[in-house]
Design a protein around this ligand. Structure first.
Ligand code: NAD
Ligand code: GLY
Length: 366
């Protein structure tokens, strides 16, 4: 059975379709394609698995494709240019529609390309990883990385629809599935205690590809994300809570080299660090931190930062974060389980205590 949610953004509102065997259903695409031309953007891993199914659903259109190299290390301006090259070579005009078929890397780059090609063309998200189904395909953040910082060059640009097909998760490697679970746990932590309790019971089912559990997790995550995005599309305020753990996590990703730690893995360790700080500030209990660590471990996720990262490495990289305002670091911290704030109201000492805790964060887990 297919579920349909809505991201409510006035004239830019769009549906999220969630269910099994959706990518080959032409009826889901056609209302959102206004011209004859379609460019499918995918990568070398996803193309052999799913490109033909998507093309079969688009047989009424003039379909071209561009197959990008796979990996976070290719999420950059050079790779973005491959999309523009293909669009220009195939003479795509302003009524073309781009289809992002892949995980968050393909989705973020395709969305950004759509935002600038001929000053903006339509695009559809067909996310194929758990992480992209619960997070990156929804909400219109698009970007590429710069060597000095993650997602530093990009735009807010909403898709016309999101087609989240749970069946395609069957081919996802275990490590990638687990990385997606980190972003799912994030929603429970920041805004949905009931979901968090459900996740504590169901994290093993998610990590073992149980489609019923995965469908529910995608639906509840997208509901939470859509509600936040509808309130604050361009992150003037509340939307920043969706970045729980990301300031620490982006520092880890940049320090280790893009693609070495998966985004979701870095977010998992980052969420433990944010929870540790929240405990030090008296907002949550130490048991809450331990429970989170236990849940992440059961999802086969790391919950400590890389041993070799120094406090100064973190401080330097965290200063590049997009939440830094007038030189002041702001972090997403928990005020309770299921409640988060964006704040600069913490001392440098507290931050240093969390950074010092480093490896011990993992040792105290269940
Ligand atoms: P990814 O796009 O690199 O995909 C992970 C791996 O899985 C890749 O090797 C990919 O080719 C492969 N893959 C994808 N679908 C598959 C399938 N069905 N079967 C087998 N293999 C498959 O990584 P991701 O975790 O999906 O996304 C991470 C990216 O998303 C990061 O760049 C991050 O910055 C970005 N992100 C963006 C937002 C946003 O709001 N825009 C939110 C969160 C993350
Ligand atoms: N992934 C964070 C956001 O969409 O705002």
């Amino acid at each position: 059975m297919m579920k349909t949610l809505t991201v409510d953004l006035a004239d830019r509102s769009y549906p999220i379709f969630i269910g099994e065997s959706l990518i080959s259903n032409s009826d889901l695409y056609s209302p959102y394609i206004k011209g004859k031309q379609v460019m499918i953007v995918t990568n070398t891993t996803v193309a052999p698995l799913y490109l033909e199914q998507v093309k079969s659903a688009l047989s009424d259109y003039d379909v071209d494709e561009v197959i990008l190299p796979d990996g976070e290390q290719y999420k950059n301006l050079d790779t973005l240019n491959l999309i523009f090259d293909a669009l220009l070579e195939k003479r795509h005009n302003r009524t073309t529609t781009l289809i992002a078929l892949g995980g968050g890397v393909v989705g973020d780059m395709t969305g950004f390309a759509a935002s600038c090609y001929q000053r903006g063309v339509d695009f559809i998200q067909v996310p194929t990883t758990l992480l992209s189904q619960v997070d990156s395909s929804v909400g219109g953040k698009t970007a590429v990385n710069h060597p000095m910082g993650k997602n530093m060059i990009g735009a807010f640009y909403q898709p016309k629809c999101v087609i989240a097909d749970i069946s395609v998760l069957a081919t996802l490697p275990q490590r990638e599935l687990s990385a997606g679970i980190a972003e799912v746990v994030k929603y429970g932590l920041i805004c949905n205690n009931e979901f968090y309790l459900w996740l504590d019971e169901n994290v093993e089912a998610l990590a073992s590809y149980d489609t019923v559990a995965l469908s529910r997790a995608v639906e509840l995550s997208c509901l939470d994300k859509a509600a936040v995005v509808a309130q604050d599309e361009k992150e003037g305020g509340i939307r920043a809570i969706l970045n729980l753990g990301h300031t620490f996590g982006h520092a880890i990703e940049t320090n280790q080299g893009y693609g070495v730690w998966l985004h979701g893995e870095a977010v998992a360790a980052g969420m433990v660090m944010a929870a540790d700080m929240s405990w030090r500030l008296g907002n949550i209990s130490q048991q809450d931190v331990q429970r989170l660590q236990g849940m992440l471990k059961r999802a086969q996720l790391p919950c400590v930062p890389p041993k070799e990262m120094s406090n100064q490495d973190f401080i330097d990289l965290m200063q590049v974060d997009k939440k830094v305002l007038d030189g002041k670091l702001r972090l997403v911290l928990l005020t309770a389980i299921g409640e988060a704030v964006v704040t600069s109201d913490f001392s440098a000492d507290t931050l240093h205590q969390t950074l010092d805790a480093g490896e011990q964060l993992g040792c105290s887990s269940q």
